[in-house]
Write a protein that binds this ligand. Structure first.
Ligand code: MG
Length: 411
């Protein structure tokens, strides 16, 4: 029997909108939407304040629709750099309680508090203190899920803490089934719209119905992914967090919600190239190379989901964009159905140590490695836009938006 763990997942409410309000208190209490470019008919909302959500506004909607739902909506341009700073500030607060803080996304972070009870007392007390500190110091509301593993903490946060006045909820192995099993299957972590449809087809509508199937059924139908979902339905998660954990990093990925729908393949390919650069930068920072690249594109219409999610093994392990991008582009050209794209992502998996690789007769790795390292050094010193591909200056480029430099003037 493995020792019980104490894992928190802290999530910031309406993160981008909350940061804008924290930096500009005159926005407080008002319906605010962070939006790519509201002047364009197709500007897309990236985040909505609590007050805006009350009007039915949510991330992913086009600006014109927001204006229809709430004529008094205040649009704010995104400032990625501020969001990163606030995210790091949150990490600093969490690190007062444990050295095992693992960012999950820009506004969600896991904290491993195992063995800290003597030091800090009850985990739910720690959660309350964290919620209070993040509010007092940063003016950001955060919600916290507590569990015996990352999955339980994530489910506790997403499905319960977000709906509760005290912004906190605890799940454990004993209480998991009672709380989680009645929920619709689409609420289970790991179930996307496509998998939801597959599950509906075998008459699984609640999480409990999946949990009660023999595990062989989802495993036979969907392989290891089916087995993982079955384990999720039981609240079982074998992953670990924090330093010393055996390779918690399964892959590195970046995705972007675009400020408008992209229909021009050239523009989409530019974004894929930028994302590939960002992913490679992170892989190299970890001292890793990837063996498989994964490309994801999601369509604009939520009611009729389109897009694709495909992966392909690279000709050889790689950590630089010139080596990886051709495979990514190949996947895009093969699987894109030509419909407008609203979000895109690239990830690199099968990570191996960058120093051990098969020697190749055809690829002078020392040269690409030296070039990549030099580029990393420049970007680390002078910022992410110190060096960039010319394609980022074309219409589809998102690099400057992502770096918070829209128009080259803003913060
Ligand atoms: Mg959030």
């Amino acid at each position: 029997m493995k020792r019980q763990k104490t894992i928190l997942l802290a999530d910031a409410e309406s993160f981008y909108a909350s940061v804008e309000m924290a930096q500009n208190p005159s926005l407080r209490g008002k319906p605010v939407a962070v939006c790519g470019d509201p002047a364009l008919r197709h500007g897309i909302v990236l985040a909505a304040s609590r007050e805006a959500k009350a009007y039915g506004i949510k991330a992913g909607q086009p600006a014109w629709e927001c204006r229809r739902l709430c004529p008094g909506i205040i649009f704010v341009r995104p400032h990625m750099n501020s969001y990163l700073e606030y995210s790091l500030e949150m990490t600093r607060i969490f690190e007062q309680f444990t050295d095992r803080v693992v960012p999950y996304s820009i506004d969600e972070q896991f904290l491993d508090l195992s063995g800290c009870e003597r030091l800090w007392g009850e985990p739910r007390e720690v959660a309350r203190r964290i919620i209070r500190q993040v509010w007092d110091k940063l003016g950001i509301r955060c919600r916290i899920g507590l569990g015996e593993n990352p999955l339980q903490a994530k489910m506790a946060c997403d499905r319960f803490a977000k709906k509760r006045a005290d912004a906190f909820f605890e799940l454990n192995s004993a209480s998991y089934a009672a709380h989680v099993w009645p929920l619709p299957i689409g609420d289970l972590f790991g179930v996307g719209t496509r998998m939801e449809r597959h599950l509906h087809r075998i008459a699984v509508r609640t999480i409990g119905q999946l949990a009660r199937l023999p595990r062989e059924i989802p495993t036979r139908l969907w392989g290891v992914n089916g087995l993982l979902l079955w384990l999720n339905a039981h609240g079982i998660d074998y992953s670990t967090l924090g330093p010393g954990a055996p390779a918690p990093q399964k892959g590195v990925g970046h995705c972007a919600t675009l400020p408008r729908d992209y229909a021009d393949p050239q523009e989409i390919e530019t974004v894929l190239l930028e994302l590939t650069e960002a992913v490679c930068f992170r892989a190299r920072a970890l001292g890793k190379m990837g063996t498989t690249v994964h490309v994801y594109c999601r369509g604009a219409d939520f009611d009729h989901p389109s897009g694709f999610s495909r992966q392909k093994k690279l000709p050889e392990p790689a950590s630089s964009a010139p080596e990886i991008y051709p495979t990514a582009r190949q996947l895009f050209r093969r699987y894109w159905d030509g419909r407008p794209v609203r979000a895109a992502g690239i990830s690199l998996s099968g990570l191996i140590d960058r120093r051990c690789y098969q020697l190749s007769l055809f690829n002078r790795r020392e040269i690409t490695d030296a070039l990549s390292d030099a580029m990393d050094g420049i970007r680390e010193r002078f910022g992410p836009t110190a060096l960039f591909r010319a394609a980022s200056l074309t219409a589809g480029g998102q690099l400057f938006t992502r770096a918070g430099l829209i128009g080259g003037h803003e913060r």
